[in-house]
Design a protein around this ligand. Structure first.
Ligand SMILES: [Zn+2]
Length: 162
């Protein structure tokens, strides 16, 4: 009697192409020009960044473009201490949820320019843009966020965005 097979390795790979659609195309073509465009839901009035075509909560189309600031508030974050394949950032580094001024939902991005152990909820941050000649049409157009120097936002100012 041989040992039962308990485990096999089965590498799986999927490749697919995503059509950006009108809303995301607007966001991507704007971000290379150093503008961040979201869309406002006509029912709940929330501004989504990146812009999307419909509100996932209300299920209605969104068509009102809203340009938001490249400053915002760090609401939550994690400190990355574990090395992984393909890693480009020096450990430890911070990855956080940032609600841009004028937006209602956070984007996820890197936070630099401050020791990881000093990062905190409510930290006010600003985008550091990549140079125009090397700016991609993606959220990587923003290299990372750094402290803006403003006082921390009080919890009440961002508690609805967690
Ligand atoms: Zn809505």
């Amino acid at each position: 009697m041989s040992e039962p097979i308990r485990k096999i390795e089965a590498p799986v790979r999927l490749e697919f192409t995503v059509e950006a659609g009108r809303a995301l195309t607007r966001f991507l073509s704007s971000i290379v020009e150093e503008r961040i465009v979201g869309r406002r839901c006509p029912e709940c009035t929330k501004v989504y960044v990146p812009a999307r075509s419909s509100c996932p909560t209300c299920g209605v189309p969104m068509s009102e473009d809203v340009t938001v600031a490249d400053t915002g508030t760090l609401t939550t974050f994690c400190i990355v201490n574990v090395p992984f394949e393909g890693q480009t950032m020096k450990l430890p580094y911070v990855y956080g949820a940032i609600v841009l001024d004028g937006a209602d939902l956070p984007i996820l991005h890197l936070v630099q320019g401050i020791p990881a152990n000093e990062v905190r909820m409510g930290l006010r941050v600003k985008a550091e843009w990549t140079p125009p000649e090397e700016r991609p049409a993606s959220l990587e157009a923003i290299r990372w966020f750094t402290p803006s120097g403003e006082p921390d936002a009080p919890f009440d100012a961002y508690k609805e965005h967690l």
